[in-house]
Write a protein that binds this ligand. Structure first.
Ligand code: GLV
Length: 309
């Protein structure tokens, strides 16, 4: 009985060490090892090669190693009866809140613009905005969205939220569903996207959304690249409808060197780093889920196959 870790990023050993340190009794294998395939009960995955889970005949569950599990649903060959779990971790939420706060404050104080001007040796003062004069709209009010809202409010921003679902009682206006989306967008001077990627949300950040934002609005996408229609963002920036965009996630990662985002002065790029699962912090929930699966109990942080997240 064992766990296999399948990742695309060379971090298998770090995850293995975190699991070994906290549960020395559980055998953990990495993708490069000689794996006793029929012993594997749980696969812990981050962008595993599609189809690779088929070779573990006694798998009882798939543990995603991040908040988003879209890459698991993209694997058409996973068994439909297996439970899929995601990571829910306080650091994932607080790291995201800190990152979005840094991007938002940086844009409003023009830090990214000055960095660009520095590369041109250009001394050019610009206007800036005060936090209390700005409303930030958050699309997606899951654990991360709510943490982002709280941190933005704590430094003086007004916050509005949009969700397709019901949310816990919050101390800011929430707009729900397609019918209220336009009212939400009309208010969002900075739009932060934290939606899961599903067939319904793919391409949701498009021309219609950019048209509905106040003129000169700013976009932050820290969710998934395919939520955004790249060409329609570039048009909105070039036409001056949007002032700038901070993008942490892309259709293809790493972002190809010839993508127009790299050279666009109003697009600020970070390499999918907004909030990264911390192996030490996340290990206990993986271990607990593994033990639950072995006992025949339902694991925690299950995702819904119907909803796709
Ligand atoms: C990061 O993108 C995650 O899904 O945790």
């Amino acid at each position: 009985m064992a766990i296999v870790i399948l990742r695309n990023d060379g971090l298998v050993d770090v995850w293995k060490a975190a699991l070994n340190a906290q549960a020395p009794d559980i055998p953990v294998y990495g993708s490069g090892e000689d794996i006793p395939r029929s012993d594997i009960k749980m696969a812990a995955v981050w962008k595993h090669p599609p189809g690779s889970l088929k070779s573990y005949p006694n798998l009882q569950g798939i543990q995603g190693l991040g908040a988003g599990v879209d890459f698991i649903f993209d694997d058409a060959e996973i068994r439909k009866d297996l439970p899929i779990m995601r990571v829910v971790d306080p650091y994932l939420a607080s790291d995201m809140a800190e990152f979005v706060l840094a991007l938002t404050t940086g844009m409003l104080k023009r830090i990214q613009d000055y960095k660009y001007n520095e590369s041109l040796s250009l001394w050019k003062p610009k206007t800036y905005q005060r936090f209390k004069e700005v409303t930030v709209g958050i699309m997606g009010l899951g654990k991360l969205g709510l943490a982002v809202a709280e941190s933005l409010k704590s430094v003086g921003f007004s916050v509005v939220g949009w969700t397709r679902n019901s949310v816990p009682e919050v101390n800011f206006p929430v707009f729900r569903g397609g019918g209220e989306r336009i009212n939400f967008l009309n208010r969002s001077q900075v739009l932060v996207c934290l939606l899961p990627l599903t067939p319904e949300t793919r391409g949701i950040l498009n021309r219609d959304v950019f048209n509905a934002l106040p003129s000169g609005a700013r976009l932050i996408n820290v969710a998934r690249g395919p939520l955004l229609v790249d060409g329609e963002l570039l048009n909105a920036l070039d036409q001056g409808m949007l002032a700038e965009a901070c993008l942490d996630v892309f259709h293809a990662e790493p972002l190809p060197a010839d993508h127009p985002f790299w050279k666009h002065p109003a697009v600020h790029i970070t390499p999918h780093i907004a909030s990264v699962s911390d192996p030490k912090s996340v290990a206990p929930q993986i271990i607990s889920n593994y033990r639950r699966l072995l006992r025949g109990e339902s694991p925690e942080n299950l995702v819904s196959r119907n909803a796709g997240y």
